[in-house]
Design a protein around this ligand. Structure first.
Ligand code: ADP
Length: 264
């Protein structure tokens, strides 16, 4: 079915004069859809050959002692880079799926307490030698209506970022609270912080506050874009607060309608 997309702008003058401008943005929507499809298709096509390459490289790395010494370094590097590329492709495919919002499951109930518990367990493994201190505070009204796998991606991106951008010994606080406005998931760290000039653009694909750092942190640059689209699919919003050198806080706000009564 062909759809027409209109962008409508209403300006009010005085008490009852208004100017209504309608712009046909159908073509723009089609182009945007084509871009999404293209990125999704290319990523899919690249995944299979890459899986084969990574598979062979991993086998070689597992048997590194059998490799000629002059190739060892090169093969280990190739294996690391191909696993980065796999992570990138996985995120690209995920992003192109959730960007349309069409496949979002909106009526499943997710127990935020269980979800956060599992993610923080994995985050502790990622933290490794950095020995971050984790603090988790979750209130009783913890059933959220939505797509569990999308919510898992969003929350784990925020919590893993807190680990990546916080030096050894720092504290990571994850809290879930509810009030009249809805539910709020806050991920706070005592890490490197973000210069305020970057904050408005952080959820753009591949935007990085410090491009020189992304090699060492090993992210795909798509994490916050994924978070933003997951929240859009759940009528939510992302708020970012940060002070350079002091730490950051990322808050996901969900409307009240997303909360379910606990069956207990
Ligand atoms: P990346 O894979 O680079 O981490 P993201 O989309 O997850 O990509 O994040 C975008 C950028 O936002 C990061 O490159 C980093 O500069 C900044 N950032 C995200 N989370 C934090 C955080 N907790 N502390 C400091 N900077 C952060």
């Amino acid at each position: 079915k062909p759809h027409i997309h209109l962008q409508i702008q209403i300006s009010l003058f005085g008490d009852d004069d208004r100017l209504i401008v309608a712009k046909d943005v159908t073509r723009l929507h089609q182009l945007e859809q084509m871009r999404r499809d293209f990125v999704g298709n290319v990523s899919h096509e690249m995944r299979t050959p890459l899986t084969v390459i990574s598979g062979y490289l991993e086998t070689m790395v597992d048997n590194a002692d059998d490799l000629p010494p002059k190739w060892r370094r090169a093969i280990i590097t190739m294996a690391q880079q191909s696993s980065r590329m796999e992570a990138l492709i996985t995120d690209l495919i995920l992003l192109s799926k959730i960007e349309t919002g069409e496949q979002t499951i909106n009526d499943a109930l997710t127990d935020v307490n269980d979800l956060i518990g599992q993610i923080c367990h994995d985050a502790q493994v990622l933290s490794g030698d950095k020995h971050h201190e984790f603090e988790i505070a979750i209130n009783d009204q913890r059933l959220l209506r939505g797509d569990e796998s999308q919510l898992r991606s969003a929350f784990s991106n925020l919590i893993f970022n807190a680990v990546k951008y916080t030096p050894a010994g720092g504290r990571i606080t994850v809290s879930w609270s509810t009030d009249r406005d809805g539910a709020h998931l806050s991920v706070r760290d005592t890490g490197i912080g973000i210069d305020p000039v970057h904050i408005p653009r952080l959820t753009e694909r591949f935007y990085r506050a410090d491009p020189s750092r992304h090699q060492e942190t090993g992210g795909t640059g798509l994490g916050l874009a994924i978070v933003k689209h997951v929240l859009l699919n759940h009528d939510g919003k992302l708020e970012i607060r940060s002070h350079i050198g002091e730490g950051s806080e990322f808050i996901c706000h969900f409307p009240r309608e997303r909360l379910a009564e606990n069956p207990l």
